[in-house]
Design a protein around this ligand. Structure first.
Ligand SMILES: Nc1ncnc2c1ncn2[C@@H]1O[C@H](COP(=O)(O)OP(=O)(O)O)[C@@H](O)[C@H]1O
Ligand code: SF4
Ligand SMILES: [Mg+2]
Length: 381
């Protein structure tokens, strides 16, 4: 059934990234993906029904508080979750129309680095302290691109230059601990870009860095994207980080996407109370910089919880008895913008309670338009 064998007739690997995306499909389609961990303390529902699509040249922002399942979602896509304790409980991940979940470990090894590359949160966990930077950069190129050592080393120097590392010829011979955090993050990006991946997943790549370096790293990834046309998945706990770079945004809460839409939809016409909380907690660049932030009160629920109803109910100011007893369905609009809330279809509720941030201020017609669209949208669960 899955015998699409990605090795060509000569036994060489056929690069999926050079194959066309089949008609009617997307570059990446995540469809109702569920990854649970079976632990002594119970079943941790880390990823519980994640769906989105991504095309070439697009940037998806994945936003949510710590522990909401952002990393596990991406690690599942990359085939990097240990099973057990992890187990895929449902759904699928299609890359260029092919199921990644159905691929062998050998095929996934080829996909990783070559087609889909990931920049991890902490560079020291993925840089090996005992090997030179040049060796670590070269490995993937020798493995996936068939470069010899000399070619790989030359390309490594070019990559280090490209990501803005000074004295690249010297640095390539050095070790990770000789670099600052920002420079190590750049090496990680160079490693991820070495094989020109179709999809670059960046898991909170800038969290540990200061604001100026954050901006430089993001700019760098965007430059690469403009040049290569690759897709980016940017994971962050800070909605503000993806405000200006994401085309689409998925907001996660307790292992579930609670809202997904274009960046415009999420910023100008959000429909989920949790998203409202997040947008309220972004500093307002136009109106009043001294405005106190409004963080969302309370803590996320345990993912082992078997509580009925909406996971956000204990923290939601609009929660009703129904919210506490009945799981909200997914309300999907005509544009594919979706939210999981009992009131998502209620235009009057959304209009009355959505935050009037600077992004919505001055654009009341857009808000009204969007609310009408929501009211007309279908409902699915
Ligand atoms: N190997 C594991 N075993 C059990 N639980 C895990 C494992 N890995 C992650 N989790 C749990 O999955 C949940 C989601 O984690 P994660 O995706 O890392 O969150 P985020 O990246 O949004 O901060 C957390 O509750 C975490 O404790
Ligand atoms: S379903 Fe109820 S508790 Fe959940 S987000 Fe909507 S209003 Fe709040
Ligand atoms: Mg994480």
């Amino acid at each position: 059934m899955f015998g699409f064998g990605r090795k060509g007739e000569t036994g060489d690997w056929v690069d999926l990234k050079s194959q066309p995306v089949p008609e009617g499909r997307h570059l990446l389609e995540v469809d109702d993906l569920k990854m649970f961990f079976h632990t002594q303390d119970g079943v941790v529902k880390a990823v519980n029904g994640v769906s989105y699509t991504l095309d070439r040249g697009e940037t998806l922002g994945v936003v949510g508080e710590s522990g909401s399942g952002k990393s596990v979602t991406s690690l599942t896509i990359m085939g990097l979750i240990d099973m057990p304790p992890g187990r895929i409980e449902g759904g699928d991940v299609l890359y260029r129309g092919r199921s990644l979940l159905a691929m062998s470990e050998e095929e996934m090894e080829h996909i990783r680095g070559n087609d889909i590359a990931m920049i991890f949160q902490d560079p020291m966990t993925s840089l090996n302290p005992v090997y030179t930077i040049g060796r670590q950069l070269s490995e993937g190129m020798m493995l996936h691109l068939g470069y010899n050592r000399q070619q790989a080393l030359q390309r490594s120097v070019e990559l280090l230059r490209m990501v803005g590392i000074p004295n690249a010829e010297q640095r390539v011979k050095g070790y990770p601990h000789e670099l600052s955090g920002g420079m190590r993050q750049r090496v990680m990006i160079a490693m991820a870009l070495a094989c020109d991946p179709d999809i670059l997943i960046a898991d909170e790549p800038t969290t540990a860095l200061d604001v100026t370096i954050q901006a430089q790293i993001i700019e760098l990834m965007q430059e690469m994207q403009e040049k290569n046309g690759n897709a980016i998945i940017m994971i962050t706990h800070d909605l503000g980080v993806v405000a200006d770079i994401a085309d689409k945004i998925m907001v996660m809460y307790a292992g579930q996407p609670v809202e997904f839409g274009t960046a415009d939809e999420i910023f100008y016409s959000p429909i989920h109370p949790y998203t409202w909380g997040l947008t309220r907690s972004i500093p307002d660049p136009i109106m009043d910089e001294k405005k106190p932030l409004t963080p969302i009160k309370g803590n996320p629920p345990s993912l082992v919880s078997t509580a009925l109803g909406c996971a956000f109910a204990p923290r939601c100011p609009y929660a009703t008895d129904r919210c506490r007893s009945e799981r909200p369905p997914t309300h999907v609009t005509g544009t594919g913008h979706y939210a999981r809330c009992h009131f998502a279809h209620d235009a009057a509720f959304v209009a009355a309670n959505a935050p009037a941030t600077s992004r919505t201020k001055g654009r009341p017609e857009r808000v009204a338009e969007a609310v009408t669209r929501h009211a007309e949208g279908g409902e699915a669960s």
